[in-house]
Design a protein around this ligand. Structure first.
Ligand SMILES: Cc1ncc(COP(=O)(O)O)c(C=O)c1O
Length: 359
């Protein structure tokens, strides 16, 4: 455990809070937040406080040069016992890989665990306990040094905010291949969870939504030939009974759900192949039924089926099966995440009881 204090306003603030009827995903925020600052070469005492605006110098690096990284993970409270996380240290590892890429300070494990654990322990009365519901946690790190020169920050703020949420309902997704724009260049920041990648995806998202589709399907930025990912989910196809997903190549995100799905599918006896997947092969495969099912996965939606792929020229390809294997994998994964089934992989971890002691 690191060094932290709990503001005396936290408990009264929580006592005044109640959950609205409709939660949605990421809409409602619990009225507290965790913050740890790095200044003068060291981490300062962290604090759990009421949720509120933060003050930033207008010249802060994050505002001009997008020096920031973030994560998304869930705490579940479906079974008995204390709320539990799902593979929380994988998110920390990825966050620190992202931070390294963005020339930011490494977040120590105790500061990160304090942040997500305090937020979860103090928010426990507001964690919805229906299946698929959770407390979505959003840790993030920003560069705060206030000079306008292009360069790295030496002061940082790490925070955790949280949102009681229902599962993100992506529905049966209709996606459009993005043939013009790139989300992230090879050698760029695609493998980091940093805001700039998401900003780069906005225009394409807007364009495909105007055409009536749900999401853009990103291709590799070098040849515009191989599938990479969706803007917030990794991509899978069922081809001739085998499960295929793009091999990690440094220009898209190594999803923790992706990794978990690969393990579950192998365990269920499926052949699993990570490789470069040409988009043309998928389109031809849909037509010949060699590709029978397509889905995407990520923390928010877990596993979401794709029912149709549209090309930029307007041609559409309807997928033969929708939400068959995807539904099986979603149910298996969710049962582990919610601790309704055995967890042979040791993926879940209860919030440590000591975080409750000061309440
Ligand atoms: C760009 C991108 N790809 C993939 C994913 C899926 O990653 P994970 O399964 O770790 O949530 C996410 C979500 O975090 C994402 O933002």
């Amino acid at each position: 455990m690191g060094n932290y204090q709990i503001s005396s306003d936290v408990l009264p603030t929580l006592a005044d809070f109640s959950l609205p009827e409709e939660l949605g995903f990421g809409e409602v925020k619990v009225p507290i937040m965790y913050r740890a600052d790095f200044a003068n070469g060291e981490w300062q005492t962290a604090e759990l406080t009421p949720y509120g605006n933060i003050e930033l110098d207008p010249a802060a690096k994050v505002l001009h040069y997008a020096q920031e990284v973030f994560e998304g993970l869930k705490a579940y409270k479906v079974g008995d016992g204390r709320p539990n996380f799902f593979r929380p240290l994988e998110n920390l590892k990825r966050m620190n890989r992202s931070a390294e890429r963005m020339c930011m300070i490494e977040i120590p494990e105790d500061i990160y665990m304090d942040g997500i654990s305090l937020m979860t322990a103090y928010s426990e009365p507001f964690i919805p306990n229906g299946s698929g519901k959770s407390l979505y946690l959003r840790p993030f790190l920003i560069g705060t040094r206030s000079n306008l020169g292009m360069g790295v920050s030496d002061t940082f703020t790490f925070m955790v905010i949280a949102s009681p949420s229902t599962i993100y309902h992506a529905g049966h997704m209709k996606i459009q291949i993005e043939r013009e724009a790139c989300r992230a260049a090879r050698g760029g920041t695609g493998a980091a969870k940093t805001g700039g990648n998401y900003a780069a995806a906005l225009q394409s998202a807007q364009n495909v939504q105007r055409r009536g589709y749900d999401q853009s399907l990103w291709l590799d930025p070098v040849e515009m030939k191989y599938i990479e990912e969706l803007s917030g989910m990794n991509f899978f196809i069922l081809q001739n009974g085998e499960l295929h997903t793009p091999v990690l190549n440094g220009s898209f995100l190594a999803g923790i759900t992706r990794d978990s799905i690969l393990a579950l599918a192998r365990h269920q006896g499926l052949t699993v192949i990570e490789r470069d997947i040409p988009i043309q092969e998928v389109l031809t495969g849909i037509q010949s039924s060699a590709v029978s099912e397509i889905f995407a996965c990520g923390t928010a939606a877990i596993v979401s089926p794709v029912s149709l792929i549209a090309d930029a020229d307007g041609t559409t390809y309807e997928v033969q099966k929708v939400d068959e294997l995807a539904a099986t994998l979603r149910q298996s994964l969710l049962a582990i995440q919610e601790r309704r089934e055995a967890d042979p992989y040791l993926w879940t971890a209860e919030v440590d009881g000591s975080y409750y002691s000061e309440k």
